[in-house]
Each structure stands twice: as C-alpha cells, then as structure tokens.
Design a protein around this ligand. Structure first.
Ligand SMILES: [Fe+2]
Length: 422
C-alpha cells in the first residue's frame, strides 16, 4: 500500500502509539462529562466525540481487518463516531454530535482502554506491514484531533459567560522586550522542489515532491502581531471594502466581524479568550483566530500579500522544526524573539494562512478504499495553512505539512506572515 509513507519499527511504533493515546487522555483530563459532551457550533465537535472517533479509527481501519477474532466494543459506535467515511456507512450528522449525551465520558474511556489492549495484542503478534502503517496513520490522525479538541474546547468555553479556564492562567512572560521591527528576508526564487520526498511519515497530500517556479520574493521575518492588527482596525480595516475579497466582505458584513474571533473590549481595555481563560490582550504576541479573508485584507492594507505555500516551504526547508508547540503547554502564541536574526516563528505559535488553494500536487493520486477518503476528497474550496500552532503536538508537522480550512474559518489558531514580490 505505502500510501502514507511509514518509517517506524515495531518498538518505536508501540512507543508512539502509547504516547499519542496518553496525550489525548491528558487533554481530556480537565474536562467534566458536560464539558466533553456539548457542541458549540456545527464546525466544532465535542471532546468526547474526538476521544471516541480517534479510537473508532483504530477499530474500523486496523483491528476489524487485521486482528483475527476482534469483536468491536459496541456495534453502535460506528454510526456514532464515523466522521466522514462514505465507505464506512451511515453516521450521526456532524451538527448533531452534541446530542450524544450517552455513552457517557467514562464509557468512552472504557472504549479507549479496550481498543488499546487490542492494538497492543496486534503489535505483539507480528502485524503485517499494512497493519503497522495503518496504526501509524491512526496515531497521526489522533494528533490532528488533539489540536481540534483544544480549539473546539476554546470555542465552547468562549460561549460561556463566566469564561472558564481550560488550564490555569499562566504566569506573565518575563520577556516583555520590544519586538524587532518588521523586516523581510529575500529569496531568489527560480525552479525549486517542494513536497514530501524523504524518509518518515507524511500524509498523501504532501507529495509527490515536485518542481515549482517561484519569482523572487521576500518573506517577513516574524508573524503579524496583535499591535499591528490593532492599527489595521483603527485605520478602518474592517470598514473599507476595497481591502477585501468580495466573498470575504460579504461574510464579514453578514457575521458582523470587527476584530479577531475572541477579542473583546471592556472599559476601554482589550481582552481575549484563551485556553487559560479571559486575559488582557498582549500587543506583542502574534494575532490568532483570523480567517483567510481577514488575513488577506490585512496583507492588502499593508501593501503586501500572503505567501504562496511554495514560498513558505522554500523558506522552511532548511530550518529545524522547532517552536511553540503543544508540549511547551503555553497554549497561546508567543512573541517573536528580539534577539533572533532572520526568519523566525515558522513552526508553532499559529498556523500561517497561505494564498494557495488546497489542491493536488502533480501526479497525486488518492488511493482506493476508505483511507483514500482521508485528504483527497477535500481538495476544493479550502486554503493551505503551514507551520503548526501552539496546539499542535510536537513532531506532528514538517516543512511539507499542508493543513487546510475554508477561507471563513476563524476558530483555529490561525494567523499570518506577510510576503512581498522582490
Ligand atoms: Fe478524523
């Protein structure tokens, strides 16, 4: 099969599986059954659903096909916890995932334990290469849902008038030094290679590696900050239609957008909802929770533009995949370092909107069968985001990693970096 290139030996795979499963349960730990059951909007899913769906993925894609004599934990769970796999049958409609008050959260943890035991049995029984690859895919899949669990909980808690904290408020960062002025690094462009081509796991949509032509370009050395976004607002950014794409302007009017998703003003002070509760807005941190439409309008207002995904990847290819990811437990983007020279914040903090539609690379083919539904069928009407965020598990992203969301999406940790023609 080898559609998702896998690199792990069985021992490493076992370790990876345990680590991923434990991380999900640690993320669920601060949540009550009620917290984990409510669905705040059709785009978001209950935490309980994430914990169950990732488990169902192992059950349906791996255990039912590759572990002899495996009996599903509960036959009804395929209907409840299938996400979008047409080949796996009918399912609970996405906007109604919050209606599943039963099974209870404890039942879902029992389901997880049952499946974990079965996966452990499979791993010690010399699984086929196909089975091992599917387990590895299931781990990366679960990591994607770990980030969604957090962004969905943030959205849910932001609807609650008492603004609960998912994690205790963090001590204020000692680093309050002024940010570096916005500067740009030049790239000469030409025919460059992008896409996954090396060893190690990658999703199918990251390849094949191929050549692209980029004109000479410049990329901002850091992300756009809250202070810069404030200037955009004060200069009429949300009330000047000439800055906006038509579809974005219509959406902004319809939804009453006047600032990023979680910003609020109280007594002349700016605040924002975070996973650590309601906090005063730090002007030096990267702006987050903006749509593609807002990011594009900001870039137009700046006299710049968003980078293409190829430009972003060319700049990222030589860098270590290092940054403010989930393991640092900050759960919010952090300011750029005034001491670093050159391009920084490429990995972690916030996903960076690119101007590139999520479409197949040359010679991409979705494979037959259920896992072929993973990425390929979403290649319309979405834009690519790069680099990962403060809610992305470490090790999950790469320079070639392509996240994607519709242009109006705001509840992810999404921000932007400016680019320009050189
Ligand atoms: Fe999923």
């Amino acid at each position: 099969m080898h559609l998702f290139q896998s690199a792990l030996g069985l021992k490493d795979l076992e370790r990876f599986y345990l680590e991923v499963r434990q991380t999900s349960e640690a993320l669920g730990e601060p949540l009550s059954d009620a917290d984990a059951t409510v669905q705040s909007m059709p785009d978001a899913s209950p935490a309980k659903w994430h914990l169950a769906h990732t488990t169902w993925f192992f059950e349906a894609m791996v255990l039912s096909r590759h572990l002899e004599g495996y009996k599903p934990f509960d036959e009804k769970f395929t209907f409840l916890f299938n996400s979008y796999y047409e080949t796996m049958g009918a399912r609970q409609p996405r906007p109604r995932r919050g209606m599943v008050t039963r099974p209870a959260l404890d039942d879902i943890y029992a389901y997880r334990a049952y499946v974990d035991q079965a996966v452990a049995r499979l791993l010690t029984s010399r699984p086929t290469r196909d089975a091992a690859e599917l387990i590895e895919l299931g781990c990366h899949h679960e990591q994607q849902h770990q980030e969604l669990l957090l962004t969905d909980i943030l959205h849910l808690f932001a609807q609650n008038p008492i603004r609960p904290s998912y994690r205790a408020p963090a001590p204020v960062s000692a680093e309050t030094a002024a940010l570096p002025a916005l500067s740009f690094t030049d790239f000469e462009g030409g025919i460059v290679e992008i896409g996954h081509g090396g060893a190690g796991f990658a999703f199918d949509s990251e390849g094949p590696r191929h050549r692209v032509l980029t004109e000479p370009f410049r990329l901002a050395d850091r992300l756009v900050t809250n202070a810069e976004w404030m200037e955009f607002i004060e200069d009429g950014g949300y009330t000047t239609p000439l800055l906006w794409l038509s579809e974005g302007w219509t959406k902004a009017l319809a939804e009453g957008w006047s600032r990023p998703l979680y910003w609020e003003t109280r007594d002349g002070q700016h605040w924002t909802m975070t996973l650590r509760g309601f906090q005063s807005l730090d002007p030096t941190t990267p702006v987050a929770h903006v749509s593609y439409f807002e990011a594009d309008a900001f870039a137009t207002w700046s006299g710049k533009r968003l980078p293409s995904e190829a430009e972003w990847e060319v700049a990222a290819q030589s860098l270590d995949v290092d940054g403010n990811f989930l393991d640092l437990n900050r759960l919010s983007p952090e300011p750029a370092s005034p001491r670093k020279v050159g391009v920084q914040q490429m990995f972690g903090d916030v996903w960076e909107w690119t101007r590139s539609p999520f479409s197949p690379y040359p010679r991409f083919r979705a494979v037959a069968g259920a896992v072929g539904e993973y990425n390929g069928k979403f290649m319309s009407g979405q834009f690519v985001l790069r680099g990962g965020s403060c809610a992305t598990p470490p090790g999950h992203v790469r320079a070639s990693y392509r996240n994607f969301f519709p242009a109006h999406t705001r509840w992810q940790f999404a921000g932007l970096r400016l680019a320009d023609d050189a």
